[in-house]
Write a protein that binds this ligand. Structure first.
Ligand code: FES
Length: 113
């Protein structure tokens, strides 16, 4: 796993959806009910910026057609048949890091399941 530190974090005592850019990827860093999540910021339905959406019932809701994606695993809600990528998040004190699987980790995962 390759870890990237997130700069300029909002106040973590409040809920937020912050768009961040890491290694060429646009992500939503989300503080929801005291937990941090990182999901792809591009809605797979029609490409809307999911950082403009909101969270409800453990899901990130797209502001355009209201498709929603599970914060834990990125799965689209029933009937959507889609998903967004999710990323590992960890903290060290006040610092927040988002993890990307390396190419070899992805290959190993493909062949181990
Ligand atoms: S663009 Fe996100 S639900 Fe349609």
């Amino acid at each position: 796993m390759k870890w990237y530190k997130v700069d300029r974090l909002p106040d973590r005592s409040q809920p937020f959806i912050k768009k961040i850019r890491i290694d060429g990827h646009s992500l939503c860093l989300i503080n929801y009910e005291g937990e941090l999540f990182a999901l792809s910021a591009r809605c797979p339905h029609a490409g809307e910026d999911l950082s403009r959406g909101w969270c409800a019932d453990g899901k990130l809701v797209c502001p355009v057609h209201r498709f929603s994606y599970d914060l834990e695993n990125g799965r689209g809600s029933t009937g959507q048949g889609d998903y967004v990528n999710t990323y590992a998040v960890t903290t060290e004190g006040e610092d927040v890091f988002v993890g990307f699987e390396t190419f070899m980790e992805k290959v190993k995962k493909m062949f181990s399941s």
